[in-house]
Design a protein around this ligand. Sequence first.
Ligand code: SF4
Length: 311
Amino acid sequence: MPTLLWMQTGACSGDTMALLCADRPAFEHLLDDYDMELLWHPSLSAGGGFGAALARVLEGGTPLDILCVEGSLVTGPDGTGLCDTWRGRPKTAIVRELAARARHVVAMGTCAAFGGIHAAPPNPSDCTGLQFDRERPGGLLGPDWRGGGGLPVINVAGCPAHPETMTKVLAMLASGMPLELDALQRPAAFFGSMVHQGCTRNEYHEYDVEDRVPGGRGCMFFNLGCQGPLTLAPCNTELWNGRSSKTRAGVPCFGCTSPGFPRDGDLFATPRIGDVPRVLPLGVARAGYLAYKNLAKAAAPERVVKRRMEP
Ligand code: SF4
């Protein structure tokens, strides 16, 4: 029976809220279908509480198959971790001890993966991720850390993480399926395509027809800062609650699965030099971008410019 312990550190509980929305599979079905034992989850467990679960793993010899960490690792002040404690102990110390016994460690959300919002400059409480400090490998556990199963920390990035990505990754681990990770240790099966791929506004992007306020039908790249063409995430390939995503609802993608999230500066604008974004869409060459965009803009059909559905 695989065991799972979920620990919260510097978190807003957003990943837990998202987890409760999962339905393919739902978290409770995951536990049943894979015969998993939930040792502790702060929003779902009662009984002896976190202390009893901790004692079972650290003193009682209960094997820990999957440790999920939700939240930034708060190392301040001065490396003590005392900004975030449980019964007087820094949570960073508890995470280290649990990780040393775990077969797999999963960072649930961008805070645990890369530091997230709490680690954004000026980062007053010295927050970091489990194995990354924003883009830099390292974090709380160091770049060479590996779990008992041989994998580094598995980064299920997102702010919050996508519900079904969380439960599907847990299902893969519980069933012993191989999990391929990308260079940022995100499961490649879920982080292999951009938010832009699958966005219903692609035709508007193609012809450079842009909205200036959220909620319209056009593309939101330049005027609203959409990071869809730069962000690897499942949001438009597996819809949220089975029906929508930020861009489908008329809100720009903020690139929350990336280690540099949140960007420094205006979240609602894509910095550009002339008509060219300072950071180009993934894999696009500057000269090609310029030539293609100028041609496309001139060729935009009227129905697209006027945002009409019919020809
Ligand atoms: S709204 Fe964003 S994701 Fe959608 S087409 Fe425009 S840039 Fe791409």
